[in-house]
Design a protein around this ligand. Structure first.
Ligand code: HEC
Ligand code: HEC
Length: 407
C-alpha cells in the first residue's frame, strides 16, 4: 500500500498561501517555533488517485460545511459534516456530544471523533470499516483513500445525512459546477453518461478528503517542547510524560507523533483494542430511523444492545469489543471520550484507562463490557496508581492539545 502513497509537502506549503491568509488573524505569533495553524508537521500521505491541489481543498472546505448535502426533506434539521465535526467553535472538529444528532434529530450510535490528523490513519471510524474507494470504471481498489471512502458514508447514513448519491450529484452539478470541473477537469467526459453519478459522487469524497488532509494539529505545547522549547511543558507535564512512556506504557498504543497506532505506516488490522469501556445506557435505545435497537446483533442474540466494534468488520470473535485507538491530540477540545462518549472529564478518562474504574466519576452509568480486555491494559491496571500520578498523566495528555479551531 505504501508504494502507492506519495509523501507530499509542496502542495501543503502552497496551502499556506491559499488558506493561510484567511486565518491570518487567528494565527497569532506565539513564539516557540512554528505556531502557525496549518503547520507542515509530519508529511501528509496523499493517495496517487487523488493528488492534493488548492482547488480541491477549497471545494472540500465548502462541501464540508454545506447542509444541502443532506436529505432535502429534512428542512431545518438538515446537517453538514461540520454539524458533528465543527472546526468553528472550540469543538476540535467534534461536536461535544455523547453521540451526534443527524437529520430529523436522529441520534447516532457512537461518539463523533475528531477530524484532526485523520489524514494519518490507515482506516476510518471506530471500527475501521472505511478503507478504500473502488474505481467505478475499472473496479480497481484505490489505496490510501480511507478519507475519501469515509466521506461518502455519512451522506447516505439514515441516522446522519440520509441522502442519495443521485440527489448529491444533482445538487453539486448545479451549485458547484465550475468549482467542481475546475478541481476535477477529468470528470467532464463522464457527464451525461452512465458514469455521471458514481464519478461525480466520488469527486465529492475526494474534495472533502483533500480538505481534511489540511486539518492538522501539531501546534500543541508538546510540539513546541519536542521542537526544543524546554519551557513549553510544566514540571508536572514532564513528570506525566515519564509515566506515559514508562510505567503507563501508553506509548505502545498512543505512539508519537500521532499518539495513535492505527496509522498508515502500520498494518491495516493493527490499532484495535479492548479497554473494557462500560456500556452506556443508550445502546439498547430504539432509533428513529427503523424503530429497532441501535445494535440488534441478530446473529449473536446474546449481545443484543452491545456495540461489538471491530467484530463488525472482521467477524472474528476475538475482535468483539475492540475499537480503533483514538489520537490523544486535541482532547481538550473533544470531550466526551471513548467510542460511546462515556466520560466528559479528561481526568476520569485517564483514571479509567489505568484503573478500570473511576472512583468519583462525574458521569456514572450502569453497564458492563464485552469481550476480553487487552493483556497490556490489564498489566497497566495491575499496578498501583496514586492520585498524583493520574493527575500528572492527565496534565501531560493536556499538553497534546493546540488550538481547537480551524475553518
Ligand atoms: C450526524 C453527525 C455526523 C455527521 C453529519 C457526519 N459525521 Fe463524521 N462521524 C460521526 C460519528 C458519530 C462518527 C463515528 C462513527 C463510527 O465510528 O461508527 C464519525 C466518523 C467520522 C470520521 C472518522 C474519524 C476516525 O477517527 O475514524 C471522519 C473522517 C468523519 N466522520 C468525517 C465526516 C465527513 C467528511 C462528514 C460529511 C460528509 C461527516 N463526517 C458527517 C458523526 C457525523
Ligand atoms: C492497548 C492499547 C492502549 C494502551 C496501552 C493505552 N490506550 Fe488509551 N485508548 C486505546 C483505545 C483502543 C481507546 C478507545 C477505547 C474505546 O473507546 O473503547 C483509548 C482511549 C483513550 C482515551 C480517550 C480518548 C478519546 O478520544 O476518546 C484516553 C484519554 C486514553 N486512551 C489515554 C491513555 C493513557 C493515558 C494511557 C496510558 C496509561 C493509555 N491510554 C494506554 C488504546 C490504548
Amino acid at each position: 500500500m505504501e508504494k502507492h502513497i506519495r509523501l507530499l509537502t509542496i502542495p501543503l506549503l502552497l496551502l499556506f498561501v491559499v488558506i493561510g491568509t484567511v486565518h491570518a488573524g487567528k494565527r497569532g505569533g506565539g513564539g516557540g517555533g512554528g505556531s502557525a495553524f496549518y503547520q507542515v508537521a509530519p508529511q501528509v500521505p496523499v493517495p496517487e488517485s487523488n493528488p492534493l491541489t488548492p482547488e480541491k481543498i477549497q471545494l472540500g472546505r465548502q462541501l464540508f460545511r454545506d447542509r444541502n448535502l443532506s436529505d432535502p426533506s429534512a428542512g431545518r434539521t438538515r446537517v453538514s459534516c461540520s454539524t458533528c465535526h465543527s472546526g468553528m467553535m472550540r469543538l476540535g472538529f467534534s461536536d461535544g456530544r455523547v453521540r451526534s444528532t443527524g437529520v430529523f434529530g436522529r441520534q447516532g450510535k457512537r461518539n463523533s471523533p475528531t477530524v484532526f490528523d485523520t489524514a494519518f490513519l490507515h482506516s476510518q471510524f471506530w471500527d475501521g470499516r472505511a478503507k478504500n474507494l473502488v474505481d467505478p470504471i475499472s473496479g480497481e481498489i484505490l489505496p490510501g483513500t480511507s478519507l475519501e471512502a469515509q466521506a461518502l458514508g455519512p451522506i447516505l447514513d439514515p441516522l446522519e445525512m440520509n441522502n442519495t448519491p443521485e440527489n448529491v450529484v444533482r445538487y453539486v452539478l448545479r451549485a458547484y459546477r465550475s468549482a467542481l470541473l475546475g478541481a476535477f477537469p477529468e470528470i467532464q467526459q463522464y457527464l451525461d453518461t452512465q458514469y455521471e453519478v458514481p464519478i461525480v459522487y466520488q469527486a465529492v469524497g475526494k474534495a472533502i478528503a483533500s480538505f481534511e488532509r489540511t486539518v492538522l494539529s501539531f501546534n500543541s505545547p508538546y510540539d513546541a517542547y519536542v521542537a526544543g522549547n524546554a519551557n513549553a511543558l510544566t514540571t508536572q507535564q514532564v513528570q506525566g510524560l515519564a509515566l506515559f512512556e514508562g510505567k503507563g506504557n501508553c506509548i505502545s498504543c498512543h505512539a508519537a507523533p500521532y499518539f495513535n497506532d492505527a496509522v498508515y505506516t502500520n498494518a491495516d488490522n493493527t490499532g484495535f483494542h479492548n479497554l473494557g469501556v462500560f456500556r452506556q445506557g443508550f445502546e439498547t435505545d430504539t432509533n428513529d430511523a427503523n424503530g429497532g435497537p441501535l445494535f440488534p446483533n441478530t446473529d449473536l442474540p446474546e449481545y443484543e444492545g452491545y456495540d461489538l466494534g471491530r467484530y463488525y468488520v472482521t467477524n472474528d470473535f476475538a475482535d468483539i469489543g475492540r475499537f480503533k485507538t483514538p489520537t490523544l491530540r486535541q482532547l481538550l477540545c473533544t470531550s466526551p471520550y471513548f467510542h460511546n462518549g462515556k466520560y466528559t472529564s479528561l481526568r476520569d478518562a485517564v483514571e479509567f484507562v489505568v484503573r478500570g474504574t473511576v472512583a468519583n466519576a462525574r458521569d456514572q452509568f450502569e453497564g458492563d463490557f464485552i469481550g476480553t480486555i487487552e493483556p497490556m491494559i490489564q498489566s497497566i491496571r495491575n499496578q498501583d496508581w496514586s492520585e498524583q500520578e493520574i493527575n500528572n498523566l492527565t496534565a501531560f495528555v493536556r499538553s497534546l492539545s493546540g488550538s481547537c479551531r480551524s475553518m
